[in-house]
Design a protein around this ligand. Structure first.
Ligand SMILES: *[C@@H]1O[C@H](CO)[C@@H](O)[C@H](O)[C@H]1NC(C)=O
Ligand SMILES: *[C@@H]1O[C@H](CO)[C@@H](O)[C@H](O)[C@H]1NC(C)=O
Ligand SMILES: *[C@@H]1O[C@H](CO)[C@@H](O)[C@H](O)[C@H]1NC(C)=O
Length: 536
């Protein structure tokens, strides 16, 4: 018995070990920096796990890792610019005008996406499958409306998994994930999670979903054209419409249980929301740890991101911020790029150029995060249960701040019109009114309570696909059915035709019968009449 279980343990170990050191290709050519953060975190996690990870990007990644082989596709400046302006507009997904602006710039967007075709045509990408020394066990495609990237999986003849930076509503379709418009609100609707939608919201939801489908249809039309241009001469590749039919599973950057909406998901829908946050924080640099170790009134982290250069800020605004911050009894770590030129010195302020933001937010003495509301920072603060005062400026920051405020995790103020008294009032409100900390902490507790952490989940499922050389057994039959079959429209049509036929047949028979009956009684009465006459 013991021998058997030992053998089993060894066998399991062998299987798991067999997956170690797999050759994994990350195709992350999306031209959106915020997506790249999540995708590069995935690459880092796999590299730290001991896999041989090769990553192809079109943008300079936000960070690299010594064990990741990185290939940068050199793009023309104009291509990059055309795209980033479009992405900038698109990333305002929470904006209720997002749909209208999406459609207004449809042609521009479509053109920008076709630019991603240039990436696939590039020799460094072709080398991946043309060079005989390259071999891979799995391709991870970072999806951003660029399905033609999937062709690489077919070229290399390896299983494909897809990584997405959205909740399952988006692209779940290609796996056959249910799209329940009556109770799953689209991203832009912002209903309270778990409460049913009224008739107005449901109508809007249907319209929103139709809009999204229409948008995708237009994008895919352009993508199919790009795909034919690049790979049209290769008979071994499937048609564009069939590319999606061999995806093993999709990773979504969401956690429905805590974030909502509650919705049905297929087994191949894997949620890894928060994957960019470390399971366990690294120790802080000594100066920071010392600074935070004595904070009887708590401490504040103030970071306005790395894109917002000092010269974007009016000197006047910086001075006002300093006046308020230096008057606080809390300690403050202030991310500041130019240590030669600080806004002023104060005992309670520690300026730092480089900042392990995730690790600092994890520190128990941090009680407030003053942030520009970049997606990454907000996610980290939510993960660690820290209330926020958001000072958004551009891009997706205002909408991130709106969502954060609506969730009750803190307040939002304008950085450009910052005044000392309102700034101080905001800080005091979030610090002293316990409702913000309570809300974000209870969210954090739900967000982190999972059978496996986001990173463990990700590793498990990546290695699962490698172990079984793809996961066709996970696939929903819906992938291979058309719209009519999925919705049983053929059966309804059949039932309708059958019912109609029966109705008409019955009607005909009754008609004939009653006719026959009538003529019979008529004859009878005539005979009777005659008989009566005879009798007389
Ligand atoms: C990692 O993968 C790349 C791409 O296939 C390959 O060139 C390289 O030799 C691999 N490295 C190791 C250590 O196996
Ligand atoms: C799907 O991918 C697997 C490898 O994971 C391959 O064996 C299979 O032929 C592919 N199926 C299609 C329809 O291309
Ligand atoms: C937080 O601050 C308190 C009060 O100064 C101190 O006793 C505690 O050790 C600090 N916590 C950490 C983890 O440094």
């Amino acid at each position: 018995m013991a021998g058997k279980s030992n053998w089993l343990a060894l066998y399991i170990l062998a299987i798991i070990a067999g997956v170690h050191g797999a050759d994994i290709l990350g195709l992350f050519t999306s031209l959106s920096p915020s997506h790249l953060v999540i995708q590069m975190s995935m690459a880092r996690i796999l590299a730290e796990r001991g896999h041989n990870v090769t990553v192809v990007t079109a943008l300079k990644p936000p960070f690299l890792h010594k064990d990741i082989n990185h290939i940068l596709v050199p793009l023309e400046k104009e291509d990059l610019q055309a795209f980033s302006s479009v992405v900038g507009g698109l990333s305002k997904t929470d904006n209720s005008n997002a749909y209208t602006s999406m459609f207004r710039s449809m042609r521009q967007i479509s053109e920008a996406f076709s630019k991603m075709g240039t990436v696939m045509k590039h020799q460094v990408v072709r080398d991946l499958y043309e060079h005989p020394d390259n071999r891979f066990d799995l391709v991870i495609v970072g999806y951003f409306m660029n399905s033609f990237q999937l062709a690489l999986g077919y070229k290399l003849k390896v299983p494909i998994v897809v990584a997405l930076s959205n909740p399952p509503a988006f692209l779940g379709d290609v796996l056959g994930n249910p799209w329940e418009v009556s109770y799953v609100p689209a991203m832009h609707l912002g209903t309270d999670s778990g409460s049913p939608m009224g008739i107005g919201k449901r109508a809007l939801n249907i319209l929103g979903n139709l809009g999204q489908r229409l948008f995708m249809f237009a994008i895919e039309y352009g993508n199919a054209k790009t795909y034919r241009e690049i790979y049209g001469d290769d008979p071994a590749l499937p048609s564009y419409g069939d590319l999606n039919k061999n995806i093993s599973l999709i990773f979504f950057a969401s956690h429905g249980i805590s974030e909502g909406p509650i919705r049905p998901n297929l087994p191949a829908v894997i949620e890894v929301g928060g994957i960019q946050v470390k399971d366990r924080p690294d120790p802080l640099p000594k100066s920071m740890a010392d600074f935070l170790s004595e904070a009887p009134h708590g401490a504040i982290l103030l970071s306005l991101g790395s894109n917002l250069k000092i010269d974007h800020l009016k000197p006047d605004t910086v001075q006002k911020m300093f006046n308020v911050i230096s008057s606080l009894k809390q300690k403050v770590i202030w991310k500041w790029d130019d240590l030669e030129n600080t806004p002023g010195t104060s005992e309670n302020i520690l300026y730092s150029k480089w900042l392990p933001q995730d690790d600092v937010l994890a520190h128990p003495n941090i009680t407030l995060f003053i942030t520009h509301a970049g997606k990454g920072g907000v996610t980290e603060a939510q993960y660690h249960g820290k209330p926020m005062l958001a000072l958004p400026v551009f891009g997706d920051q205002p909408s991130n701040a709106d969502v954060m405020e609506r969730q009750g995790f803190g307040l939002k103020q304008s950085l450009l019109n910052l005044e000392e008294d309102t700034f101080l009032g905001g800080i005091q409100e979030v610090l002293e009114n316990p409702k913000y900390a309570t809300r974000v902490r209870s969210f954090s507790a739900l967000y982190r309570d999972r059978p496996l952490s986001a990173q463990q989940t990700f590793i498990y499922w990546v290695e699962y696909v490698i172990r079984h050389r793809g996961a066709p057994h996970l696939q929903s039959p819906v992938v291979h059915m058309n719209y009519i079959e999925v919705n049983n429209l053929d059966i309804y049509a059949l039932v309708l035709v059958a019912t109609a036929s029966i109705y008409f047949i019955v009607k005909l028979v009754i008609g004939l019968l009653s006719k026959a009956l009538k003529s019979k009684t008529l004859k009878k009465s005539q005979v009777n009449h005659k008989n009566k006459l005879k009798m007389k």
